[in-house]
Design a protein around this ligand. Structure first.
Ligand code: GLC
Length: 422
């Protein structure tokens, strides 16, 4: 696990210099996220005369959580401002500062549903920073070449992927795959698998009332559909792909379709990218004609650690990083979706990332993971779900058996059903 913290000597050296404070900021994200975040943090440092140190964390969301739980659990003041995943407020609430005394109502500019998600037992534990939803990227040029339309169901997608992969390979393009996505046993697989299950009307693992719903035929069908991709239109290695591995294959020109988050748009369209200008974006396919387009709601918030020695200054940095100005910069440079609805009408943003306007309904109706109702147990629930999905994808278990077993495990985690914190 990689972590770069400031050395003790550096902390002492800074402590000796005038009144400027040094804040430790943890804001990594796959792709261009770290640099974009640091640009804004440097702006703030320049404006206020303080210093910001960057704390690096692992890429995978669940690994970041493990690291933060370790640091915060020990009451460490080594991080002042941290990024938290949309599914963590219920897990980390006790370690985070209530931002209400500092925010002067700034939260009112953001999507109300995300502010509600970040409010635990009346405390505003994090400020919305960017939202994500799963989306389907595809090679417009390849679909055009074979006169194929963008698919609307998973079966159609599979057929298009197969056809193009077969024809291109026959013509010597032997590295081409039909579909890349996130199949590693980690939080990203929970997001992918929730999309499949939900698109087949198979529910959201645990429903809003706290009832475990995952053992059902639609969910099994969804997992079976995905399992058939492995080794046919998706490389076997997809079982170890996170976001960046999938993007690596797609961006080198070696895949027809890719499931990923919005950030991938900006990097794929940069100069030097093999797919620049060739990428289309669409909603993730439906699970058959009776199914629905389902995109998992993702996204990140910024929070202040309860153990920060500079809570007021840390809140000031956080408010700057989540402001409309900084979010506009992030949307244009890194295609990170703003959490401020007004920015979706900003012409500069729409020009840089047209999909933000085109897919707005998808963002507004994204499927949340069951974190509100499972609160502090969310990570265990997700861990069990991604392991069950991974077993089916790797051919180690039959979907109906894996889901029946998962149902039992989840029920044991909360014998009386899950109950959201008030
Ligand atoms: C993205 C999403 C986040 C999700 C993660 C899974 O970073 O924003 O919500 O948990 O992907 O890999």
């Amino acid at each position: 696990m990689k972590i770069a913290l400031m050395s003790a000597a550096a902390v002492l050296a800074l402590a000796g210099t005038a009144e400027a404070a040094t804040l430790r900021l943890e804001c990594g994200a796959p792709g261009p996220g770290q640099n974009v975040c640091m640009d804004s943090a440097k702006e703030w440092a320049k404006k206020t005369g303080n210093e910001v140190q960057f704390v690096a964390t692992p890429n995978d969301s669940n690994e970041q959580l493990a690291l933060l739980q370790q640091l915060l659990g020990s009451g460490s003041d080594k991080i002042d401002v941290l990024q938290i995943d949309v599914v963590w407020p219920g897990i980390l609430a006790n370690q985070l500062l209530d931002l209400k005394p500092y925010s002067k109502g700034a939260e009112k500019q953001h999507f109300a549903s995300i502010v509600a998600n970040n409010t635990v037992a009346g405390k505003l534990v994090a400020m919305p920073w960017y939202i994500d939803t799963g989306m389907m990227y595809y090679r417009k040029d390849l679909l055009d070449k074979y006169h194929l339309k963008a698919p609307t169901t998973w079966d159609e997608m599979t057929a298009v992927a197969k056809k193009i992969q077969g024809a291109e390979r026959a013509a010597g393009n032997d590295k081409l795959w039909g579909y890349v996505w996130q199949g590693r046993a980690y939080e990203g697989l929970t997001c992918n698998a929730l999309e499949w299950v939900s698109s087949f009307n198979g529910g959201t693992v645990v429903d809003a009332k706290g009832k475990v719903t995952i053992s059902n035929p639609n969910a099994a069908k969804a997992l079976d559909t995905a399992a058939k991709w492995v080794g046919t239109i998706s490389p076997k290695a997809v079982l170890n792909f996170a976001e960046e591995e999938a993007r690596g294959v797609f961006q080198s020109g070696n895949a027809v379709f890719m499931r990923n988050w919005p950030y991938a748009w900006s990097v794929m369209n940069q100069d030097g990218s093999a797919v620049k200008g060739k990428v289309g974006v669409m909603m993730l396919p439906k699970g058959g004609n009776a199914g629905r387009h389902a995109a998992t709601l993702g996204g990140w918030q910024l929070a202040v650690s309860r153990y920060s020695k500079n809570p007021k200054l840390a809140a000031d940095l956080l408010l700057y990083l989540t402001s409309a100005e900084a979010q506009k910069y992030r949307a244009i440079t890194g295609s990170f979706n703003p959490t401020i609805p007004a920015l979706y009408k900003d012409p500069d943003i729409i020009k840089a990332s047209p999909f933000m306007a085109e897919l707005y309904p998808t963002f507004a109706s994204a499927v949340p993971r069951p974190s509100t109702v499972t609160t502090s147990k969310y990570n265990q629930v997700s861990n069990q779900f991604w392991n069950a999905a991974h077993d089916v994808l790797s051919g180690n278990a039959k979907s109906a058996d894996a889901l029946a077993q998962l149902d039992g495990t989840l029920k044991r985690l909360a014998p009386a059903g899950f109950v959201a914190a008030k």
